[in-house]
Design a protein around this ligand. Structure first.
Ligand code: FEO
Ligand code: CA
Ligand code: CA
Length: 651
């Protein structure tokens, strides 16, 4: 979902990185040595060692699709089928979805609302351990692990046609339904005869929501600022919500990112007492107080003036073991607290584990965590809790195409008591403030980060930042109305990069936008994209097993397009030549793209279909996946995309 705009200007050295990027690309195409023209070499311009080229994509492109289409579309030769929708039964005893008779008890057993990140983990019949399941690479039988980002009462319940009606008509029961509709779902799925279906009564099936007990792990566990009357030890918290992007670990767990947590809290930061000055600063940073949701009316833990520490207990990465339905999710506080997006893992046997993460708010930052322990590929169980101990870093991008990862360690670089950091718990709870003390680069709403399985280069989707007044390193447009994708090169060569290092180089893969828009919103892609190949607001990313980058959008309607999915190579002649593959129905954004290990199925989430200006449960702009003449409201759903006759998606 979108950023809450926050007006803020900071001095930045101006540099027209966009122009330099274009010049470099032209030079490359012309075969001219960049160094001869006085450019600081970056990435592939630097005469870097030869590298494997990403295989090109081979599919007939989906034509350009406008923003008002009532249904989804996929490229010719593919089929896209709804696998599961909001309200579908998950757990034993769950009733069929009845939008006019919703209860919290039913919703806790049904698929949640606003599906987002998807992780797929293989299941092998007869396997006894997670390691055996993982090693199978099974691509026709697995666990589908799906985030549910947030509730939208206007579209979930009858009689809530605007915010006044939501305020007037919310009840303890509707709030309980909302709380049960967010979080995460785990289902078992199987492919048979080329079609996927949900396995009924699976022992793995699970709903995790805003009241599910979870442990607090890492440096903030037991911290004074994590303690509440309900949890005097600061070790156990009820629930997770605003679960947006995420990641899958090679040890078979899911990492889910708590993003816009401020939306469920209310209160006035300036009325907090002096002993809660840090909580007040945090609430201001997240923009608590918008009063868009009504949870605090019926549950005072969401009122920061009543329960000041509860807000500190959200905004984390939560690790879930989907292979054990009885496992307790853990909030991994070593990874910092912010409007989390993504937690994508790079792991090499015998090396520390690296997790890349973003903070989706204008002028916030990019982070990575490097574990203290090393990854044991042959001993899956040995990696449990590896994310509790290590070093959190935040990125500084330099104007010359280099960058550094700045360690966020208590006592170093100004993260001291005199600056309000008494210990590492304070550093992770107030990671945003710590990042600013360290001089981290303020970026344009980083959503997803993904590392190419072939080249080991890392890509960041910046959805855009209209508040930006001046260009900055890795943020070349001010304002950034259309978003862009940055390439981060850890030291080394393609396929062999040291992600634990503290230095990196960066480049711009593409600038999103219409190729013929005015200068500052003009899209810049690889040469020769089609009339359907451009987009706006890149958001979620995923690599297929062959190393092609798939880009989901959130806001392409701003240039008249349906949101959807585009794909491109990241090396070779088709670098950044994006092609259109899938579009979502009106009102929706596309989230959570996820491939099976064999690359033959692509799962996507269609989030908030049918939502438009002035719309509601009774008057949506479409009722997808049902027809417009149905009595059903629009239902966020997961779609499974496969190729007619089988084979890898994208060719
Ligand atoms: Fe939930 Fe950053 O989108
Ligand atoms: Ca998102
Ligand atoms: Ca992703």
């Amino acid at each position: 979902m979108g950023d809450n705009p926050r007006v803020m200007t900071r001095p930045h050295r101006f540099s027209d990185i966009a122009d330099r990027f274009l010049t470099r690309r032209a030079l490359l195409q012309g075969g001219v040595a960049a160094a001869a023209l006085g450019f600081t070499p970056v990435g592939r311009i630097a005469g870097a060692p030869a590298r494997a080229e990403t295989p090109g994509l081979q599919f007939e492109e989906l034509g350009r699709i406008g923003k008002d289409e009532p249904t989804h579309h996929v490229a010719p030769g593919y089929r896209a089928e709804v696998l599961i929708s909001w309200g579908d039964p998950i757990l034993p005893g769950a009733p069929a979805f009845d939008p006019m008779a919703q209860t919290a008890e039913a919703q806790r057993k049904q698929f949640g609302f606003n599906c987002d990140f998807i992780g797929y983990l293989p299941l092998k019949d007869g396997a006894a351990t997670t390691a055996e399941h993982l090693a199978s690479g099974e691509s026709a039988h697995g666990l589908l692990c799906v985030n549910h980002e947030y509730s939208t009462p206007r579209y979930m319940f009858p009689g809530m046609k605007n915010s006044e009606a939501v305020a007037a008509n919310s009840t303890p029961e509707t709030i309980a339904v909302e709380k049960a509709s967010v979080g995460h779902t785990i289902i078992e799925i199987r492919k048979s005869g080329g079609a996927w279906s949900v396995v009924a009564d699976s022992p793995y099936a699970r709903r995790i929501h805003a009241e599910t007990d979870m442990d607090i792990a890492g440096p903030a566990r037991g911290h004074a600022r994590m303690k509440t009357d309900a949890d005097p030890d600061g070790v156990r918290v009820k629930g997770t919500f605003q679960n947006c992007a995420g990641g899958v670990t090679p040890w078979g767990t899911i990492l889910t990112a708590e993003e816009n947590i401020q939306n469920y809290f209310t209160g006035v930061a300036s009325k907090l007492p002096p002993e809660n000055a840090r909580e007040a600063a945090s609430a201001d940073s997240f923009s608590v107080g918008g009063r868009l949701w009504m949870w605090s009316t019926f549950d005072k833990r969401f009122d920061i003036n009543v329960t000041p520490h509860e807000f500190n207990r959200f905004g984390w990465i939560v690790e879930i073991d989907p292979y054990d339905a009885g496992s307790v999710p853990k909030k991994r506080t070593a990874l910092g607290r912010f409007r989390h997006e993504a937690a994508t893992i790079v792991a090499k046997d015998g090396k520390p584990v690296v997790a890349y993460m973003g903070d989706d708010q204008s002028f916030e930052h990019i982070y990575k965590f490097v574990s203290a322990r090393t990854y044991a590929a042959a001993d899956v169980a040995a990696n449990v809790d590896i994310l509790d101990d290590g070093t959190l870093y935040v990125a500084r991008f330099n104007d010359d195409g280099t960058g550094e990862w700045l360690p966020m360690v208590h006592g170093q670089g100004g993260l001291t008591t005199e600056n309000g950091f008494d210990d590492q718990g304070d550093v992770v709870i107030d990671a945003r403030r710590a990042a600013k003390v360290l001089g981290a680069t303020e970026t344009d709403r980083p959503e997803d980060l993904e590392t190419d399985p072939i080249t080991s280069r890392t890509y960041v989707a910046f959805t855009g930042g209209t508040d930006r007044k001046e260009a900055a390193p890795a943020a070349p447009r001010a304002p950034n109305r259309r978003g862009h994708i940055v390439e981060i090169l850890a030291p080394g060569s393609d396929g062999d990069r040291d992600h634990t290092a503290t230095d990196f180089q960066w480049d711009i893969l593409l600038l999103a936008g219409h190729p013929e828009a005015e200068t500052n919103a003009q899209g810049k892609y690889g040469p020769g994209i089609s009339d359907a190949g451009y987009f706006a607001q890149p958001d979620n990313l995923v690599f297929d097993p062959k190393g092609r980058l798939w880009i989901a959008t959130d806001g392409a309607d701003e240039i008249g397009l349906a949101d959807g999915l585009w794909a491109c190579a990241v090396t070779g002649p088709e670098r950044a030549v994006t092609r259109h593959f899938f579009s979502v129905p009106v009102g929706a954004e596309l989230t959570g793209p996820c491939f099976t290990p064999d690359g033959e199925t692509l799962f996507v989430s269609v989030q908030h279909p049918g939502q438009g200006d002035g719309g509601s449960f009774a008057e949506p702009v479409c009722r997808w996946p049902a027809a417009m003449d149905s009595a059903m409201p629009p239902r966020p759903s997961v779609v499974a995309i496969t190729r007619d006759g089988g084979g890898p998606v994208g060719g």
